[in-house]
Design a protein around this ligand. Structure first.
Ligand code: ADP
Length: 402
């Protein structure tokens, strides 16, 4: 029987999971699933590779369903498939590795305590990620638990790239630009290394444009800058998050509107960005379909901030050999991509707009000083690969990552 690796992305009210078989140095995805309604009326749903979606509602008779019950159900499903006993590793998406972790890590009691100490840095995600780790330790006691961090890829930044212009004591306390979406950037860079090794050794900007959005400057495989900072609020406007904001706005809202920290948190995380600006939706497709000016304004603002950051990150790199667009918007939104990339010839970006309309892998013209690519990201697979590598099941991981 082949070894199985599970990936877990545990949030406050949902757990996303996937299962991979690892054999002959290849990871094969077997299934992708989700449990919604954690803490209340929960529903289990799974889709096997090439199969139909199946699911069920949890039995509520013993109270609300927690992370532990959720992962017990994942184990139950695997056992029903005959794979439960072979789970050798569980890879967890953990948002914050603090200033400490620059790589994925095997979780033991010491590491778990350390990760809990980072909860104040990401209070909306870290506690739930760790609830998932604790639940998985119970459900899969024979499997190694591996924490994979959104921050780790950025941890080798210089002090200058990571600090704010505050007294040094705040940096020492942990107030730094951590950057996020690291698993996505790492995955994209591995693909690039495999498919375009010369470009991968150069100066690369990756724009991860999804509901959450950020950009990363990568020099010779190393992250040197990110648009996200201390939290995942900074940088680009997102589905519901504001992106870069003058901190003076927060002070003003506190003083003039008497808003509390909780109210401002709600505004900046859940009611800003595309949703807040448009008053319609956080979804690019809905905004593109809308005839409202506020929808156009929100998309134009998004485009303008991406363009601005292409410039900023390229300046940080001292040039730009390759620009990669990824995430739901980067991979699919033809018109947004066109607006981001048009009139950039002066900068060295020459786009083949027909190739863009056809969603081709390379959308820049032959001879364009900067090669522009569309690559599909896969954070789950990156977590599974890290887990396999840490268990030495598959070392080194080489694409094609199928
Ligand atoms: P998440 O960060 O939640 O993983 P995704 O990477 O799935 O988000 O990206 C979601 C965004 O991608 C949404 O704004 C959605 O409208 C957009 N998107 C997906 N497909 C298309 C498409 N064909 N055209 C335009 N936008 C799209």
């Amino acid at each position: 029987m082949a070894d199985i690796i599970i990936t877990i992305n545990a949030g406050s009210s949902s757990i996303k999971f996937s299962a991979y078989r690892i054999a002959q140095g290849q990871l094969t995805q077997l299934a992708l699933g989700q449990i919604d309604g954690i803490g209340g009326k929960a529903h289990f749903c799974v889709k096997k590779a090439g199969g139909e979606k199946t699911g069920f509602d949890f039995d509520q008779s013993h109270g609300a369903v927690d992370h532990r019950a959720g992962l017990a159900a994942v184990l139950g499903w695997l056992e029903s498939e005959g794979d439960g006993a072979n789970v050798v590793g569980v890879g967890h998406r953990v948002v914050h590795g603090g200033p400490v972790y620059a790589e994925p890590v095997l979780v033991d009691d010491f590491v778990l305590t350390k990760l809990k100490s980072f909860e104040p840095l990401a209070p909306l995600h870290q506690p739930y990620n760790l609830a998932g780790v604790e639940a998985a330790r119970e459900a899969f006691p024979g499997a190694a638990q591996v924490a994979c961090f959104d921050t780790a890829f950025h941890r080798r930044h210089t002090f200058i790239a990571d600090t704010y212009a505050l007294p040094r004591a705040y940096y020492d306390q942990g107030v730094r630009r951590y950057g996020f979406h690291g698993l996505s950037y790492e995955f994209i860079h591995r693909i690039l290394r495999h498919e375009e090794p010369v470009l991968a050794r150069g100066k690369v900007v990756v724009a991860h444009l999804g509901n959450g959005a950020s950009m990363c400057a990568i020099n010779a495989g190393k992250s040197v800058g990110s648009t996200m900072g201390f939290t995942a609020l900074d940088g680009l406007p997102m589905g519901t998050r504001c992106g870069q904001l003058d901190p003076g706005v927060v002070l003003y809202l506190m003083a003039e509107n008497k808003m509390s920290a909780a109210e401002i948190t709600d505004l900046l995380y859940k009611n800003s960005g595309l949703k807040g600006m448009s008053g319609i939706s956080n979804d690019v497709r809905e905004l593109e379909a809308s005839g409202e000016k506020s929808a156009r304004d929100a998309l134009d603002y998004f485009v303008s901030r991406v363009r601005r950051n292409i410039g900023g990150l390229s300046a940080e790199l001292g040039g730009l050999d390759c620009l990669v667009l990824t995430g739901g918007i980067g991979e699919n939104a033809v018109n947004i991509r066109r607006k981001i990339l048009e009139n950039m010839e002066w900068f060295g970006i020459q786009i083949d707009f027909d190739a863009n309309a056809r969603n081709e892998r390379i959308i820049s013209e032959k001879g364009s000083p900067t090669v522009v690519m569309i690559l599909k990201t896969d954070e789950e697979r990156m977590i599974a690969a890290h887990t396999a590598e840490l268990l030495d099941l598959k070392k080194p991981l080489v694409p094609p990552l199928q």
